[in-house]
Design a protein around this ligand. Structure first.
Ligand code: 4FL
Length: 240
């Protein structure tokens, strides 16, 4: 997958050289290119922002550098062009999976009080938020999106890190995990996990998932309730 990023803080994206994403870049599974919006400014001082018409706090990213950046980096409009914005649709795992099927993404990062609205109308396909809080810019949200989407790109995750068994795939939160030692500071690992009875372990884990989801995420629990009866039938031969 090819991902282009337009930002005024390209150095922030060095964080993508670490860990699993860094490995995937080295292997050529992810082609991530980061471009400085400032380089596209025709202003004599390379300005990228200006005061808002109508007054108000902060600065707005001016249209010219953004328009030229987007239409130079994606001349033929091959990419899905995404603006990271608190006003966008909130990113969820379903959206992540669907974005991972694209050949190319162009992520546009705004700063200050946002970008000129005409750029969104002319040049952007989709506005995406990563949650209901305000940051200083779209760079961290862009990296969150890259990280989440990259996990679905063939070869990025090892066989022990597959996406198929995880939390949001089932619609339930994950069961608690434990590793050695079996007793730490006097606190024991649940006995069922030490016994090697795999059917019992699966049942215990599933009941933990149900209980933790019901307690912490009643919204997810209500959504999954109809499906749960089928899963019960298939997994444990009960239900109605
Ligand atoms: C973008 C916050 C996406 C959450 C400031 C500029 C933001 C954001 N999701 N805050 N962009």
């Amino acid at each position: 997958m090819r991902i282009k990023v337009a930002t005024i803080f390209p150095e922030m994206f060095e964080a993508l050289d670490a860990g699993i994403i860094g490995k995937a870049k080295q292997k050529g599974l992810l082609n991530i290119e980061v471009f400085n919006i400032r380089d596209f400014s025709t202003d004599k001082h390379k300005k990228t922002d200006d005061a808002p018409f109508g007054g108000g706090a902060g600065m707005v990213m001016t249209p010219q550098p953004l328009h030229d950046a987007i239409n130079t980096l994606d001349k033929e409009h091959i990419a899905k062009r995404i603006y990271l914005s608190p006003k966008g649709k909130t990113l969820d795992q379903q959206t992540v999976e669907s974005l991972a099927k694209q050949d190319e993404l162009l992520l546009v990062c705004g700063s200050y009080e946002g970008i000129d609205e005409r750029i969104i109308e002319m040049d952007i396909d989709e506005e995406i938020s990563i949650g209901d809080y305000v940051l200083t810019g779209g760079e961290l949200p862009a990296m969150v999106l890259i990280n989440a989407v990259s996990r679905y790109v063939e070869g990025v995750l090892g066989s022990s890190e597959s996406t198929s068994e995880e939390s949001f795939a089932s619609g339930l939160l994950e069961y608690p995990q434990y590793t050695r030692p079996a007793v730490f500071e006097g606190k024991e690992v649940p006995q069922v996990l030490l016994g090697g009875n795999h059917a019992e372990i699966a049942k215990w884990r599933y009941s933990q998932q149900l209980e933790i989801t019901r307690q912490r995420r009643p919204d997810l629990y209500q959504k999954i309730l109809p499906t749960l009866k089928d899963i019960d039938k298939n997994k444990f031969g009960k239900g109605e």
